[in-house]
Design a protein around this ligand. Structure first.
Ligand SMILES: Cc1cc2nc3c(=O)[nH]c(=O)nc-3n(C[C@H](O)[C@H](O)[C@H](O)COP(=O)(O)OP(=O)(O)OC[C@H]3O[C@@H](n4cnc5c(N)ncnc54)[C@H](O)[C@@H]3O)c2cc1C
Length: 433
């Protein structure tokens, strides 16, 4: 079952609850409200307090590379066991993380990777224009900067533009790529350590200089459009018996009803859909950032070290280094050794920066093992939709996801083939969480 084959039973919906006021839920609420539904945005926290608060801010129009690439099998085990590695398993969550990694490795084959890249491009390719339009409507156009990204590697021959599958995918999907070497690299990004001798500038691209302020401005826009924002924690859903009638939301403080419910609950989604018969292998791909309030420099690009899998962004709150991937449960305590790894990387990349007053943060990326989100109704429960699992690209994909959800709920044409994002794509396979 997917969005297209779903009977348009939700199209008569008049009331909607969007659960989760992260960037994805906020965008879903806006788009549902634009179509005339009475919308409530429910979250146990204020808007954009969870993963959407502290990301790297990149609007990755060329985000077409899944994390599971062919070859990962070979160096993956060593990576997972190294303390400084960009990809680690959270020890306390191994019984969840190991099956997730096995699924990710199963999807790391070339035909699948090409299909995934096509689906990623269809969802993410329009991100810059969508965010620019939303930010303008929300009154914060200054929070979006259109600038190419700069990709570097500590080894001179570390960027395999000719043979590397990741670069092949980006090129195939329209990325404009410019190689910068020696003096040209110095000129492009003077603060970058001279130890980096070769880089790739890629565009068109953009980033936000304050992900949390941007998401909160979108939430304020939603409220201006008439969305009610309610603080409560959803405990369970009761779909209508016999398939028609409102859904009951059993929340900690109050019970609610709605014609349609959208679960945009990020890394906390799997336990909410499991009682509805959907086993979604959604785990937290936990990432960290360190933000330096007074770095004494402003970058010309978002600079990514592709060996370390980190991105460094000049933002309103300061210079932010963000990245790492720790696969586990969303609510496990942060392992601040990951932030220390980021701090050492920042020192290596920008030796002249004032890297003091660093504030640390951990965010649980909602991750599915094939690097695509789940967008669509819960199989067999037409009135409950899932919108989550965007992993590394939730900021990038939120506006388009909001539009797809609202179109699907209202029975409008979607404008893309939705099967790749179907929540049901994991059903029937033995291992899921
Ligand atoms: C270090 C790092 C860097 C990143 N960089 C980028 C980047 O450059 N570009 C990009 O596109 N993406 C990036 N991401 C990914 C991006 O931040 C996430 O994909 C995105 O924020 C997910 O948004 P979301 O709305 O799905 O989830 P969240 O923002 O986590 O929101 C989910 C919300 O649901 C609420 N909730 C959950 N369960 C319940 C319940 N039962 N009842 C009520 N409320 C509930 C939570 O309180 C939370 O507010 C990065 C992530 C990290 C960690």
């Amino acid at each position: 079952m997917n969005l297209a084959s779903q009977p348009p039973s939700a199209s008569s919906a008049r009331t909607a609850f969007v659960v989760g006021a992260g960037i994805v839920g906020i965008c879903c609420a806006i788009e549902l409200r634009r179509r005339g539904l009475a919308v409530t945005l429910l979250d146990r926290l204020a808007p954009a307090e969870a993963c959407s608060a502290g990301n790297a801010g990149i609007l990755a129009a060329h985000g077409v590379v899944p994390i599971g690439l062919p070859g990962l099998h070979a160096h993956g085990a060593a990576m997972l066991l190294s303390r400084d590695s960009p990809l680690v398993l959270r020890l306390g969550s191994l019984h969840h993380a190991v099956p997730w990694v096995m699924r990710m490795l199963r999807s790391a084959n070339e035909p699948q990777v090409h299909r995934t890249a096509t689906a990623m491009k269809a969802l993410y390719g329009s991100t810059v224009a969508r965010h620019q339009a939303l930010a303008a409507e929300a009154g914060v156009p200054e929070l979006i900067r259109a600038q190419p990204g700069l990709y570097v590697h500590p080894e001179a021959n570390g960027i395999d533009l000719a043979g590397g599958l990741a670069w092949q995918l980006r090129r195939e999907h329209g990325a404009q790529i410019e190689v910068l070497e020696g003096a040209a690299l110095r000129e492009a990004e003077p603060a970058l350590s001279p130890a980096y001798t070769r880089g790739v500038r890629m565009g068109p691209m953009a980033h936000t200089v304050h992900p949390q302020r941007l998401a909160r401005a979108y939430a304020a826009l939603a409220q201006r459009l008439g969305v009610a924002v309610v603080r409560d924690e959803l405990r369970a859903l009761q779909p209508p018996a016999g398939g028609s009638g409102p859904v009951q939301l059993l929340a900690a403080h109050q019970h609610h009803t709605a014609d349609v419910v959208v679960l945009a609950t990020g890394a906390w989604t799997a336990p909410l859909v499991r009682p509805l018969g959907l086993k979604l292998p959604l785990l937290a791909e936990r990432g960290y950032h360190v933000t330096y309030a007074d770095p004494g420099l402003e970058l010309n690009h978002v600079v990514s070290d592709i060996a370390a899998h980190v991105a460094v962004t000049s933002m309103e709150p300061g210079l932010r280094i963000a990245g790492t991937e720790e696969i586990g449960l969303a609510d496990a305590p942060p392992d601040w050794r990951r932030a220390e790894v980021l701090h050492r990387l920042a020192q290596r990349m920008f030796p002249g920066a004032r890297l003091t007053q660093g504030s640390r943060w951990m965010g649980p990326r909602p991750g599915l093992p094939d690097s695509l989100p789940a967008i669509g109704p819960v199989p067999g429960v037409a009135a409950v939709w899932v919108a989550g699992g965007h992993g590394h690209l939730g900021l990038t994909g939120a506006p388009h996801t909001g539009e797809l959800v609202a179109r699907g709920v209202c029975g409008e044409p979607l404008g893309l083939a939705p099967g790749a994002y179907s929540p049901s794509r994991f059903m029937g396979s033995a291992r899921s969480r």
